[in-house]
Write a protein that binds this ligand. Structure first.
Ligand code: S3P
Length: 445
């Protein structure tokens, strides 16, 4: 892909120091745009993420006739078309690299008149869609997919039957697609998850006036007459913070602060994992946004110890598990991640991507079908080349590995970080160069 192939070199860093403002949450930004598109009145969004993935969502809703205004940097006004007001464009909608865009919009299109085609880039075309195709068909929605499993998807919506569905995989995107489709149901729709996954959709739909009930792992949504969200402010992205939580924990001499990071408990599995590994992370309350809580996070380097991860916690740390592998390389003893075969179905196969790359820079790591085993080495890994495989989270993992290595890491295909965090390199560099200054700002507050 042109523009996505550049390499970037990440040299060994002394301690990371300073305060870093992180980009807005990607998951919440997608939802603010998609739910805003089916509101009855304009929604103002503050601190919307500017990235390739969220740009795909904005372009998609615009293609369906929704007007999007940009009054200032990071702020948007979405002029929603109403619950059933989206119009089907003649051309396919391009979700680019974004699974969230494709799967959540499929749920919304279930309730619209007309036929909508959703397509994506080569990576998204390889990712499984049967997980939404099967339940949406059970809701009476006409949906075609290549080989019944892959994009492009063609969804002809209209009538939606309520469904009681036990999800076979833990996926917030699937849950969200079904809850959004449930807005158009002929009765309450119930979605049961195997483990808790991010609940931003439920939170935002409730704020928009939908009737949503939670009972443990069960979510029930009732058909809605209209939605209204006046203003949504997106908190900083925990999944972006994660790179720096791990970087500062493993690079000796580090001491950093990350202000006002979203700490919705369905996202913060990595904090629990790092806690168990002996990391030194202090959380201080920060003003949250609506029902999404936020904390200032203060991190200092620490000697970590190995940990075993499986089950419930992986649903709350799914995007952060690659970082657990790197943390494990710096820990005493063995770190084992299992029950995480979903990692193979992300923007790239993240088990293969993590294991091949980290092994290639000198880390003792072995793949398992559903995770990996890392043996901590007690010293910095050598360094070398690291392939992003076009996956933004692998590219950023490679950068952190480089900063923590002895000889540096060249991340090939680094530019794909623009999918979620275009300024990632700048952020990391600022912590390498800032001797201390920024810390004072937060401490004073
Ligand atoms: C997301 C859900 C997760 C996550 C992805 C964002 C979301 O995917 O990996 O980065 O915003 O709902 P799955 O639903 O496939 O687990």
């Amino acid at each position: 892909m042109p523009g996505k192939t550049g390499s970037a070199l990440f040299s060994p860093a002394g301690g990371l120091r300073g305060t870093l403002a992180l980009p807005p949450d990607k998951s919440i930004s997608h939802r603010a745009a998609i739910i805003g598109a089916i509101c009855d009145s304009p929604e103002e969004i503050g601190n919307f993420l500017g990235s390739d993935d969220t740009a795909a969502t904005l372009a998609a809703i615009q293609a369906c006739g929704v007007r999007v205004e940009r009054p200032g940097r990071g702020s948007l006004v979405i002029h929603g078309a109403g619950l059933r007001g989206l119009s089907a464009p003649a051309a396919a909608i391009d979700a680019a690299n974004s699974g969230t865009t494709m799967r959540l919009l499929a749920g919304v299109f279930a309730g619209q008149r007309g036929c909508f085609t959703l397509d994506g880039d080569a990576s998204l075309r390889r990712r499984p869609m049967d997980r939404i195709v099967t339940p949406l068909r059970s809701m009476g929605v006409s949906i075609e997919a290549r080989d019944d499993n892959f994009a492009p998807l063609k969804i002809c919506g209209g009538k939606v039957r309520a469904l009681d569905y036990q999800m076979p995989v833990a996926s917030a995107q699937v849950k969200s697609a079904l809850l959004l489709a449930g807005l158009y149901g002929d009765g309450p729709t119930v979605v049961r998850e195997p483990v808790a996954c991010r609940d931003h959709t439920e939170i935002m739909l409730k704020a928009a006036g939908a009737r949503v009930e939670k009972e443990g792992l069960l979510t029930r949504i009732y058909p809605a007459a209209k939605l209204r969200l006046d203003r949504v402010v997106v908190p900083a992205d925990f999944s972006a913070a994660a790179f720096f939580l791990v970087a500062a924990s493993i690079i000796p001499g580090s001491r950093i602060a990350l202000p006002a990071v979203g700490v919705n408990p369905t996202r913060t599995g990595l904090l629990d994992i790092l806690d168990e590994m002996g990391a030194r992370i202090v959380r201080k309350p920060a003003p949250g946004t609506q029902a999404e809580p936020a904390n200032d996070l203060h991190v200092e380097a620490a000697q970590l110890k190995g940990v075993r991860i499986s089950g419930e916690i992986s649903g709350r740390a799914i995007d952060e598990l690659p970082l657990v592998a790197l943390a494990g390389a710096f820990a005493e003893g063995e770190t084992v991640v299992s029950g995480a075969s979903e990692l193979r179905l992300k923007e790239a196969d993240r088990i293969r991507g993590v294991v091949d790359n980290l092994a290639g820079i000198g880390i003792n790591i072995k793949a398992r079908p559903d995770g990996f085993v890392v043996r901590g080495g007690g010293k910095r890994p050598r360094g070398g080349k690291f392939k992003s495989l076009g996956d933004h989270r692998l590219a950023m993992l490679g950068a952190v590995a480089g900063a923590a290595s002895r000889e540096g890491v060249e991340v090939q295909g680094f530019d794909c970080v623009s999918v979620s965090y275009p300024d990632f390199r700048k952020g990391l560099m600022s912590l390498m160069n800032d001797p201390d200054g920024g810390l004072r700002t937060l401490d004073a507050g």
